[in-house]
Each structure stands twice: as C-alpha cells, then as structure tokens.
Design a protein around this ligand. Structure first.
Ligand code: PLP
Length: 382
C-alpha cells in the first residue's frame, strides 16, 4: 500500500478560532460552549446508539425522543425527524409525497439543493420569477398562482410548492404566509425551506400554513455538520414515516436511522441556546442594518430587499474592485488586509461583490469589523 498518511496527522483549521468569521453560511453554525462539552462525550462512531431499541427517533438516552417533540413545539408543527441537513429533508418530502413526473413549483432564488432534490426524486421544476431583478431580486410571490394555473391548464400535476424562506444569495426574507395561503387554496402541499431561518429567527409553521419545514443544524442551529430537522404535519405523517415491509420498525425515507452520532448531540446540546437567541432577532437586525448603513457611506451598495430583514448581506463593492486593479496582491488584498486584522470568512480574491454576516457577534465586534473595513478602504483607496 503506497499511501502517504502524513497529511492526515495534526489536522488544523486555517480559520483560527480567535478569528471573527463573517461567512454567512457559518455564522449560525457556531457551537456554544455547552455543545462543545457534549462533543467530548459523544465523539465515537454510533455514540447515540448505546440504549437504542430499534430506531433513532425513539432513543430516550440521550433524549432524542423528547428533543424531537420539543423541536416540533418550537416550530409549531406536529412531528419532526432528524436529518443530515435541509437538502435531505427536501428530498424526503419530494420522494414520499410526489409521483414521478410531478411538478415542484419553486422560487427563482431557490438553493441548488432544491433543484437537485427534485432531480433525484424524478420530478419537474417550474420557477416563480422576480417582481424586480437588480438590485432587490425580490420574488413575485403572487406569481405562484400564475405558474400553477399555467401548469394545470396544460394538464400537468403540481405535487409540491416550495418556498425558500430566506435565500442564500441576497438574504431576502419571503412572506411565507402569503405562499402558504395560495397552497391551501389550491390544495397543494407546501414546503418551506428554512435553512437560513430556523435557529436564527422565530419561525411558526402553523402561522405560515406550512405542511413541511426543513431546517439546517450546521447552517443555523449552532450544530456540527451534517444535521438538520424535517418537520411535518399530521396529514402527511403516514407518508413521511412509512415503515419497511421487511423491517417493520424502520422508516423507509430515513433509511432506518439518519443522524446517528455526534451531529445530533450538538444539535440537542445547543437547543437551549438556540431557543434563547431567536428571541433576540430584533437586535441581530439592528446590527445588520448598522453594517449596511455604515458601509454604504464608503461606497458599498447593498443588494437585495431594503431594509434588511435577515443577517445575510450581499454588497456590490466597486471601491474594492478599483483598489484591486492597482494593488499588487490584486483581488486578494482585501482578504489579506482583513486577515491581518483578525477577520476571516470573506471569499479570497473576490472584490466585485461580497457576502457577509455579523450574526451573533457582540456589538463591539460588529463595530470593530465596520471600522476595519473602513480603515482598509481609506488606506488603499484614493
Ligand atoms: C437556502 C439554502 N437552503 C439549503 C441549503 C443547504 O443546507 P444543508 O447543507 O443543510 O443541506 C443552503 C446552503 O447554503 C441554503 O442556502
């Protein structure tokens, strides 16, 4: 065997712990210290299966069964199951409730994993477009009606309506209740993709008339990847939790058991922290809007709906692009300068547009980030 194993020794992370990480996909997945402690207890393989009597969702030690009931209450949904992430939840819904060839109607800002889930489930896609493209990229939610009507007029079956609660490109928050109402009127099941919302901000499934909610533990619930939650209502419980003919205790869509180790433990251990932090969502929005106000003063331009209703910020940054043309480090100057100031998470080499989030940072840190960016622009700009 000629394999060099040295590279696996002493694995360390470049983005050092003391860095302020501005990457929007990572800010909601930072573990509180309670969850870090649980890691030491449960880091071995199938660590949650010590007292299993056949199925993950029924394990009482650690308290997975209770957790799934509690998280259903937290989301105001009837039932939940653990998954490996939002994408696995979407696939489970599509695969279990749609028939091959059905249409999934989704918003144009949907994540690639929504498309890939549909493809894997052998479904077709129809998109709902924008009310406005540049600069807000706001989805025309009334457009769901038109897209559904057009498909039905052509004799097609719409098996599912999917809405991205907050998208990963612009951080636009959609009015889920509006789409939930359309879904109810048309009698079509409604899946709300809450990868960027559940765990960061309050979400009430019944209020928005969602039949299914998918959430992402590692993106927004302060958990280690990969893990997530699929929540569903009574009406669809039989389909989602159908058991195997040959192994009657095992749920087919879960392939028996999903998150069977450390990730689900971090998800549970972080739950008290998550329950508390969503109550402080207004404060998070204040921080986000402060960043936008301050950085627009130095020539950044926020894309997406204004004012911000979510912490993911996308900026057009012509000032950075101008500097990159002259600096010998080219586009890498910004990454480099941020790194010197203990800030990471902005894509290296990119200066035309940047994405960032200050979710969960202390106000002092938010101000530090804003001042650091202003200082860099002042120092290197004209
Ligand atoms: C809107 C949205 N949905 C889903 C996902 C995927 O989440 P997961 O990794 O939990 O499948 C992402 C990841 O960036 C996302 O932005």
């Amino acid at each position: 065997m000629n394999i060099n194993l040295d590279k696996y020794k002493n694995l360390t992370r470049n983005l050092a712990r003391e860095f302020i990480n501005l990457n929007p996909i990572q800010r909601g997945g930072i573990l509180p210290k309670e969850a870090k402690k649980a890691v030491y207890e449960y880091w071995d393989g199938y660590s949650v299966c010590d007292y299993c009597h056949g199925r993950l969702d029924e394990v009482t030690n650690p308290p997975i069964k209770d957790f799934l009931e509690d998280i259903a209450k937290f989301l105001n949904m009837d039932y939940t199951r653990p998954t490996h992430g939002a994408r696995e939840g979407k696939f489970i819904v599509m695969h279990s409730i749609c028939d091959e060839g059905d249409y999934v109607v989704l918003d144009k800002n949907a994540h690639y994993t929504s498309y890939v889930s549909a493809e894997r489930a052998k479904l077709n896609i129809a998109e709902v477009g924008y009310e406005e493209e540049y600069p807000t990229y706001k989805i025309n939610l009334d457009g769901y009606k038109e897209v559904i009507d057009n498909l039905e007029d052509k004799g097609k079956t719409v098996g599912l309506i999917l809405l991205t609660h907050v998208d990963g490109e612009y951080g636009n928050l959609n009015d889920a209740k509006k789409v939930g109402k359309i879904a109810k009127e048309r009698g079509i099941p409604f899946l709300l993709n809450c990868a960027y919302t559940v765990g960061r901000m309050p979400v009430d499934g019944k209020e928005v008339k969602a039949d299914f909610i998918v959430a992402s533990g590692h993106k927004s619930m302060a958990a280690s990847a990969p893990c997530g939650i699929l929540a569903f209502n009574e009406e669809f419980a039989d389909k989602i939790t159908k058991t195997s003919q040959r192994f009657p205790v095992k749920e087919v869509e879960m392939l028996g058991c999903t998150s069977r180790g450390l990730p689900i433990v971090t998800l549970m251990a972080s739950f008290p922290h998550v329950v508390e932090r969503v109550k402080r969502w207004d404060e998070e929005l204040k921080k986000t809007r402060y960043v936008v106000d301050e950085l627009e003063k130095i020539g950044f331009k926020q894309l997406g709906i204004k004012p911000k209703e979510h912490d993911l910020i996308k900026f057009e940054t012509p000032v950075l692009d101008e500097i990159a043309k002259k600096d010998k480090r080219k586009g890498f100057f910004f990454y480099d300068e941020l790194k010197k100031r203990g800030i990471g998470g902005i894509r290296a080499g990119v200066t035309k547009e940047i994405k960032m989030s200050v979710y969960g940072l202390e106000w002092e840190q938010v101000e530090y980030v804003v001042d650091a960016i202003k200082e860099i622009v002042e120092k290197y700009g004209e």
